[in-house]
Design a binder for this molecule. Sequence first.
Ligand code: ATP
Ligand code: MG
Length: 209
Amino acid sequence: MRVIALGQQKGGCGKSATAINLACEAVAAGHRAALVDMDYEQGTALRWGKRRSQDTPSVHEANAVTLSPLLAKLQSEGFEWVFLDLPGRNSPVASAGLVASDLILIPVRPLDIDVEASAATVLAAKRAKKRYSYLISISPPQAERRRAKQVAATLQDLGHPVAPTIIVQRLLVPDAVAAGKCTCEADAKSESAAEFKALFNWIAKEVVL
Ligand SMILES: Nc1ncnc2c1ncn2[C@@H]1O[C@H](COP(=O)(O)OP(=O)(O)OP(=O)(O)O)[C@@H](O)[C@H]1O
Ligand SMILES: [Mg+2]
């Protein structure tokens, strides 16, 4: 079972939207996948699960105490992928999620404030000896995509791994979440669906058990 944490103490950078879409991409690829909401204040993933008509991916909630038994249960039930949607602040809940993961995906909008705020998550990942990768997320489209590439290059120059896929800002992403869907269910031919699929495929190649 592979556990992927979406972590970054900066709020609003795309943790929940990415966790939701990656869990759905894992399902679309034929895997048993679970989505675990660890942000009880927002409950974005949990509310998304309630709006949904399908029962895949399996949606759960967990805190610092209940995560470990939940993961043991999911493993014993044959789940192959777990995506943890962590809260947008440093807390024991977020730490528990980081420590339990095989890969920490750190979404940042291509903005200095997001990159600056991510330092604490990188430090926590390094302290826990966990693998991490930045993900450029909610990137302004068209000409401003240049900015996303610049930020990715700067992070790489500083020695940080960066996922090769850029998640572009499009209304389809929040609209799908609001409808209890992922982008591939809302519009399978959309560029957003292609981006999340490419991101999942990259993770599946990178995190081999
Ligand atoms: N690719 C995208 N394009 C457009 N809007 C997006 C995209 N990804 C996320 N959003 C929207 O941006 C907002 C923040 O995204 P999201 O809730 O996923 O971030 P978060 O990091 O989980 O935030 P929080 O820390 O507050 O939980 C939400 O309204 C979400 O629907
Ligand atoms: Mg969230």
